[in-house]
Design a protein around this ligand. Structure first.
Ligand SMILES: NCCCNCCCCCS
Ligand SMILES: [Zn+2]
Length: 343
C-alpha cells in the first residue's frame, strides 16, 4: 500500500485550551514521525509526496469564506501585534447571529471554531492545506488504479464541518477526498470513521446527501467529546435520510463489542455498494490513549483492517486521531497491514 506524506505538517505545532489551561496540543508533530517510521520499518510500500491542488478543491465541501478565513487568519491576528497562538474568545452560541462575518479576527475566530482545540500559528495554513492535498493525492491514486492508499494526514480533519474547525481539525481531509471521488465520476462513496471521537464534521457535510454515506463508531457523545453530535437517531435528512449511521459505544468498549459493531457497519456499507470507501483512521480507540476510553489492543487494529477489507471496495485511509504516540505507528499500520492481508 502506498503512503502519501509531507514534512510540511511540522509547520503546525500549536497549544490548546484544555481543562481550563493552555497546554501543548496533544495533536503534536511527533505523531506523524512515529507513523512514518513504522510505515518504513515494515516496508508497507512506496512513500510519495503530495500533488498541489487549488483551494477551490477544499471549497467543494467547505464554504469559500471559511477557506479564505483559514488562509488569512494568522496575518490578521499578527497584524494586531500578537505573536502567540490565535484562539477564539467568543462563539455565536444559541440566539447569537452567525450570518454576518465580523470584520475583527476575534469575531472570525469564534464564528469559525466549535471549540478551543484549534489554535492557529504562522505555519498552520500551509500544514493544513498540505494535509488536504495528501488526501486528494491518495484519492487520485485510487482513481488511477490503486486498490488502496494511506494519506498520512496531519493535522486531522473529521471534526471540521463546512464552516467550522474544531478538535485539532481545520480542513476535512476525508470529506474533501470523498467529494473528489464523486467529482471524478463515482456514483456513491462511503466514509467510515473508526476514530474514537464522532466525526461530527464529516457527518454534517454529507448529512443531506444520498451519494455519500457516513458511518461512524465512536465514544457515546453522552460521555465523550464532541458531546453534541453522534447519537444513533441521527440518520440523515432530506435526500440523505438513511445514509447516516452512528454506532455510539460506551466507555470501556473492547474488541468483542467493537468488532461486532464494526462488522455490522461494514455490512451496511457493502450493501450501499460504494465505488470507494474513505476510512477516517483514528487509532485513539487504543486502550492506553490519554484522552479516550476504549480498550482495543495492538492486535485488534489488525482485525479492524481485515473487517474493512471485507467490504470488498477500493479504500483510501486518511489519518485522523490517536494520541498515545509510542503506539500510534504500530496501531495505524496494523490496520493497513490487516487490510492488505485480507483484500
Ligand atoms: N477531555 C477530552 C478533550 C478533547 N479535546 C479534543 C479532542 C479531539 C480529538 C480529535 S480525534
Ligand atoms: Zn479522536
Amino acid at each position: 500500500m502506498l503512503t502519501v506524506y509531507s514534512q510540511a505538517h511540522r509547520l503546525h505545532h500549536a497549544t490548546e485550551l484544555k481543562d481550563g489551561l493552555i497546554k501543548p496540543c496533544f495533536e503534536m508533530p511527533s505523531r506523524a514521525d512515529t507513523i512514518l517510521a513504522r510505515v518504513q520499518s515494515v516496508g508497507l510500500g512506496e512513500v510519495i509526496v503530495p500533488r498541489d491542488y487549488d483551494t477551490s478543491r477544499y471549497a467543494r465541501v467547505h464554504s469559500e469564506r471559511y477557506v479564505r478565513f483559514l488562509e488569512n487568519a494568522w496575518a490578521e491576528w499578527s497584524a494586531l501585534g500578537r505573536t502567540h497562538d490565535a484562539l477564539p474568545l467568543i462563539w455565536p452560541v444559541r440566539d447569537l447571529r452567525s450570518d454576518i462575518e465580523p470584520e475583527h479576527i476575534d469575531g472570525k475566530l469564534g464564528l469559525y471554531a466549535m471549540d478551543a482545540g484549534v489554535a492557529i500559528t504562522a505555519g498552520t495554513w500551509e500544514a493544513v492545506r498540505t494535509s488536504a492535498n495528501l488526501a486528494l493525492t491518495g484519492m487520485a491514486k485510487l482513481e488511477e488504479g490503486e486498490h488502496s492508499a494511506f494519506a498520512l494526514c496531519r493535522p486531522p480533519g473529521h471534526h471540521a464541518a463546512a464552516e467550522y474547525m474544531g478538535g485539532y481539525c481545520y480542513l476535512n481531509n476525508a470529506a474533501i477526498a470523498a467529494q473528489a471521488c464523486l467529482d471524478g465520476g463515482a456514483k456513491r462513496v462511503a466514509v467510515l470513521d473508526v476514530d474514537y471521537h464522532h466525526g461530527n464534521g464529516t457527518q454534517s457535510i454529507f448529512y443531506q446527501r444520498a451519494d455519500a454515506m457516513f458511518v461512524s463508531l465512536h465514544g457515546d457523545p453522552k460521555q465523550s467529546y464532541p458531546y453534541f453530535l453522534g447519537h444513533r437517531d441521527e440518520q440523515g435528512a432530506g435526500a440523505g435520510l438513511g445514509f447516516n449511521h452512528n454506532y455510539p459505544l460506551p466507555h470501556g468498549t473492547a474488541w468483542d463489542g467493537y468488532g461486532e459493531a464494526l462488522a455490522h457497519a461494514c455490512r451496511t456499507i457493502a450493501a450501499y455498494a460504494p465505488d470507494a470507501v474513505v476510512v477516517s483512521l483514528g487509532v485513539d480507540t487504543f486502550k492506553d490513549d490519554p484522552i479516550s476510553h476504549f480498550q482495543l489492543d495492538n492486535e485488534d487494529f489488525l482485525r479492524i483492517g481485515v473487517t474493512i477489507a471485507g467490504i470488498g471496495r477500493p479504500a483510501l485511509f486518511v489519518m485522523e486521531g490517536g494520541y498515545m504516540v509510542d503506539d500510534i505507528g504500530v496501531n495505524a499500520v496494523n490496520v493497513l497491514r490487516g487490510f492488505e492481508a485480507a483484500r
